[in-house]
Design a protein around this ligand. Sequence first.
Ligand code: AMP
Length: 207
Amino acid sequence: MRMILVGPPGAGKGTQAARLVQNFRIPHISSGDMLRAAVKEGTELGQEADRYMKAGKLVPDAVVIGMILDRITKPDAANGFMLDGFPRTVPQAEALDAALKKAGFDLDAIVLIEVADDLIKERVTGRRSDAAGNIYHIKNNPAPAGVSVVQRKDDTEEACTERLVKYHGETEPILPFYEKKGILKRVNGVGSLDEVSARIRKALGTH
Ligand code: AMP
């Protein structure tokens, strides 16, 4: 299974991807997680990415495309992968398509998790995570007592607004390309984690 999860910031892509990959036994490849790891390590790529990420802006295509195309050629992705947060622009979608064509692979599905903008702000500004990467929400899914959590630098209201602008302006335009191929599955992202997981499985025909 070669698939993409797409949706606005805070739609639940990361959480749902983590659940789904356990079923499919494919790596969860999150461009955001890879970039955050590079920032933490202080690599050259990380230092460049940090400036954009803090402001909720997109990291330049050339940086992200190189990073992801390199990642999907690793042995653990030979039988499939779940991309989360990539592609996010038309040039990224084109680069992925060209790379897959060259390798003789097809994408099986792209799942769009849909959540309206007004709900997104509440979700994103309340999101917290712990050192192990578990994701919580201050109201909807509080961390257990004693677990210390942090807020992502780009989960502030200001950065969230910018990320939504980027999503509608740069990421949504990739959808018609996949719709034409007949592999775009739209899923309602409002509901419990289990409800949304069930909808995704149904859309993929794997329930
Ligand atoms: P995410 O964890 O997917 O919400 O991504 C967090 C941030 O990382 C985004 O707001 C961007 O600054 C950057 N980023 C992640 N994936 C991409 C991508 N495919 N293209 C450009 N920037 C990205």
